[in-house]
Design a protein around this ligand. Structure first.
Ligand code: HEC
Length: 191
């Protein structure tokens, strides 16, 4: 092969290369897709709406039934240290600044014998349901205005759930645990 032939071969290779590159570019031009186009699917308004209303529910905090799914008695015992200055937990325990709390979950409000309740507390009708305990322990002053429990409240839903689970255990016959709706269970699993 002389240098002239070599040049021809090189030229041929170069042309082939240019041809392939050219094809590539050409197909890019013809079949080019905006990378954003792949993401630009139409927004499903219904799903966005339900997602944002679900967020509103989450902002309101879990229900006590939901929060109790992940509560623990051990944690409740530890939270109860905040209550122990004023309350005894055991059966037959004495009243301190506040009434003994044995059997309190499910019992009528302000009915622990020989404790002098405030009029505000005595005026409450009904019993200590999980929901009402949860509300009361969040901010006692707001839940029952003028009651005389001088306690700011437990801010964390998980602390309230655990202490309520512990209070529930302070009984010869603890009442049933609160039930969570199927939809709520799915939400807990999803989160
Ligand atoms: C500084 C004292 C004090 C602390 C701390 C305190 N409590 Fe109380 N608690 C009271 C008093 C006083 C009452 C009675 C209120 C009334 O009669 O108005 C009361 C009432 C209650 C009642 C209603 C009992 C019934 O017989 O109806 C519950 C339930 C309760 N407390 C739970 C708790 C829990 C749980 C904690 C801790 C997270 C706690 N308290 C912390 C003083 C306290």
């Amino acid at each position: 092969m002389n240098s002239h032939d070599l040049n021809k071969v090189a030229m041929g290779v170069l042309m082939a290369l240019l041809f392939v590159l050219g094809l590539n570019n050409l197909s890019e031009v013809i079949f080019h897709q905006d990378p954003m186009a792949a993401n630009a699917y139409p927004i499903d308004v219904a799903s966005v709406a339900s997602a944002s209303s679900a967020n509103v529910v989450v902002d309101a905090g879990p229900t006590i039934a939901e929060a109790m799914q992940t509560a623990s008695i051990d944690k409740g015992i530890s939270v109860f240290k905040k209550c122990a200055a004023c309350h005894t937990p055991e059966s037959g325990g004495k009243n301190k600044i506040g009434p003994n709390l044995y059997n309190v979950v499910g019992k009528d409000v302000a009915t622990t014998g020989d404790f002098k309740y405030s009029n505000a507390m005595l005026a409450v009708e009904g019993g200590w349901t999980y929901e009402f305990l949860n509300t009361y322990l969040t901010k006692p002053k707001d839940a029952i205005p003028k009651n005389k429990m001088v306690f700011a409240g437990l801010k964390k839903a998980s602390d309230r759930a655990s202490v309520i689970l512990y209070l529930r255990s302070l009984s010869d016959a603890p009442i049933d645990l609160p039930t969570v709706e199927i939809a709520e269970v799915e939400e807990i699993i999803a989160n």
